[in-house]
Structures are given as C-alpha cells and as structure tokens.
Design a protein around this ligand. Structure first.
Ligand code: DQA
Length: 148
C-alpha cells in the first residue's frame, strides 16, 4: 500500500531547531528510516515537507488521486491554527495519524488544542523521532489486518 508522510512548517530545520525540544535527528534521518521500514514490510512510503499551508493541502488532495492508503502527518504549528488542513483531510477521507515530536500537552496552553485530533485515527506525541516510527508501526499493523 501507499503511505504518505507529511511534515509541516519549520520541520525542515529539524536537528538544528531547538534540539532540547525536538532532538538532534534531522528530517532526512527520519524519512530514510521510515522509508526503509515501510519497504521492508512491502509498502511504498513517500514524504513531503512544506512551510506553506496551501502546498500541504494540495499534497493531501493529490494523495486521493494516487490511492494513498494512510497519511502520517506532523502538521507542526498548523495543528493549532488550520481549519483548512482539517477540511482537506476530511475531504479526502484517508485515515491519518497525527504526530508530534514533543508533547504539546506539556507545553504552552496554545499548543493544547489541535484542529485535527478528533478526526485522526490516533495521535502519537512526545517520543521525538520515535513518534514517527511508532505511528508507522501502527499503520503497518492496520494494513496487515483487513478493516473490520
Ligand atoms: C510540533 C509541536 C507544535 O506545537 C509545534 O508548532 C511544531 C512541532 C512537534 O512535532 O512537536 O512545530 O508539531
């Protein structure tokens, strides 16, 4: 199956950006490890990072045309602001997992609300780069078992 990993704004700076909060791993380290794991399990994983809301929305729309089965998304700051990304995910009806490197609930109050969580199949946060790897494991388990 096809799996799409989406990374929102400022995640291109991973490894450099506030390493005490987000860790030392770079975005490409994470993408490479996810791609290897998905391929080993017989799936195809692609990824996309953008700092622009409209580009993430366009990529979500494109995912429907490509027959993407699962989306893993770290919407970054758009988590807390973007009704448009919420509507795009609802519009394509592709199941998705919301991911955060940090635990937003342990941070500033403005990070406690997500526009996406209630639509997500699940949310994984607080494990650094491992949040992505845990989300991929959950996806692989779902792909292995036909939906009830
Ligand atoms: C983040 C958490 C968000 O609150 C923040 O705006 C980010 C990254 C995370 O992965 O921990 O940019 O999504």
């Amino acid at each position: 199956a096809r799996i799409l990993v989406l990374h929102g704004p400022n995640l291109n700076l991973l490894g450099v950006r506030e390493p005490s909060v987000y860790g030392h791993e770079t975005l490409s380290d994470i993408n490479v490890s996810l791609q290897a794991r998905a391929q080993a399990a017989g799936h195809e994983l692609s990824w996309f990072q953008s700092n622009a809301e409209h580009e993430l929305i366009a990529r979500i729309h494109q995912a429907r045309d490509e027959g993407v089965a699962w989306i893993l998304i770290n919407p970054a700051a758009f988590t807390h602001t973007s009704i448009a990304i919420r509507d795009a995910l609802a519009g394509v009806s592709i199941p998705f997992i919301e991911i955060h490197l940090s635990n937003p609930h342990a941070r500033e109050a403005f990070r406690h609300h997500s526009y996406l969580s209630d639509l997500a199949t699940g949310v994984i946060c607080g494990f650094g780069g491992d949040s992505y790897r845990l989300a991929l494991e959950a996806t692989l388990l779902r792909l292995a078992v036909p939906a009830a």
